[in-house]
Design a protein around this ligand. Structure first.
Ligand code: ATP
Ligand code: LTN
Length: 328
């Protein structure tokens, strides 16, 4: 029997943080043995907001090196750059004409981002349709993402179901795969908001390329409360609960085990341990990252990945056109 398929993409819009790592990459690594896996750099998504053409390609390369350094295995994954596969944008247009303006204008991310800058492009609105095409082009079953992307994957499902109904069976219906722990890693300074690449205060964000001392300082400086017990309570203790979540993901321990382990400890002692486990894992990633960035491995992996991805997406595009009545 054919393996089920998973796919995810990250935008090359800055160094990735532990939220991205936990929400998307770590899940891909976890499932890569079980599923036929696809991971790409969503550079077409990145340009929905302004990007500097001088630095875009180095950001793409850095993200690819991080994928590999984090344990994405090129023998188990199809790895590619979205803009090198023209079928994503082609498919997206056909899907756009089967998506309603109302659906897109209701997307939470669109509402948030369009409020921040009223001079936004139409790409910011149609962004989730391109994301649907990334997924539907390959008959993907599961999409590992953080909780913030759930709504977009659900829209991809709706579009696929609508298309299948209207034109005949064409697409597999995908499902989001949200991690139980760490669906939403919160900002260390303001633990009521998600850790985000675009956060103004970088003290609340742990980047995968931060040095040891910076990581330690950020974790030791995380906002907590005055209660002084290490107990999971998202409502009343969002800072400590976020640190417990992070510790959980990096140690595979349960909340109960962690609460037991730190019974009687103070916040400083707990934070020190959180910093240790995070630094330990990130340091290993950084060592690999530096080796990969200076080798020809990335090009080799991309050459293989783009060929497979183009071939598959082309087949889906041709099928869509046939179903829709295009052709001579
Ligand atoms: P920004 O942080 O500026 O909003 P982003 O990090 O969401 O950007 P992407 O690179 O597209 O942008 O995100 C990649 C993946 O990381 C997505 O699957 C997203 O759901 C996940 N992700 C982002 N932030 C978090 C977070 N704080 N916790 C868990 N997962 C996250
Ligand atoms: N929209 C996602 C990035 C993304 C993606 C995808 C994720 C683009 N295409 C397809 C999963 C599947 C984001 O901003 N995090």
């Amino acid at each position: 029997m054919n393996k089920k398929k998973i796919l995810t993409g990250l935008q090359p819009t800055g160094t990735i943080h532990i939220g991205n790592y936990i929400g998307a990459i770590k899940q891909m690594v976890k499932y890569q043995d079980e599923f036929d896996s696809y991971i790409f750099v969503a550079d077409l998504h990145a340009i929905t907001v302004p990007q500097d053409p001088k630095t875009l390609s180095s950001k793409v390369k850095s993200l690819l090196a991080l994928y590999l350094a984090c344990g994405i295995d090129p023998n188990k994954n199809t790895i590619f750059i979205q803009s090198e596969n023209e079928y994503h944008a082609n498919i997206s247009w056909l899907l756009e004409c089967n998506t309603y303006y109302g659906e897109l204008s209701r997307m939470t991310q669109f509402k948030d981002k369009s409020l921040k800058n009223i001079n936004f492009t139409s790409g910011l609105l149609t962004y989730p349709v391109l994301m649907a095409s990334d997924i539907l082009a390959y008959d993907i079953n599961y999409v590992p993402v953080g909780g913030d992307q759930k709504q977009h994957v659900e829209l991809a499902r709706d579009i696929a179901e609508r298309f299948n109904k209207k034109y005949g069976l064409t697409f597999t219906i995908p499902e989001p795969l949200i991690p139980e722990e760490g669906a939403k890693i919160m900002d260390l300074i303001d633990p009521t908001k998600k850790m985000s690449k675009s956060s103004e205060n970088q003290k609340g964000v742990i980047n995968l390329l931060d040095d040891k001392e910076t990581i330690r300082k950020k974790i030791m400086g995380a906002t907590t409360d005055s209660d002084m017990t290490i107990k999971y309570d998202k409502e009343n203790k969002p800072g400590i609960s976020n640190l417990i979540n992070i510790y959980k993901v990096f140690t595979n321990k349960t909340t109960e085990e962690i609460e037991q382990e730190f019974k009687g400890s103070n916040y400083g002692e707990f934070k020190k341990e959180v910093a240790e486990v995070v630094i330990n894992e990130i340091t290993k990633i950084q060592e690999k990252y530096n080796q990969i960035l200076n080798s020809d491995e990335i090009d080799k992996v991309l050459n293989k990945g783009i060929e497979k991805s183009r071939q598959e997406a082309k087949e889906k595009y041709e099928l869509m056109k046939k179903r829709m009545g295009f052709g001579r």
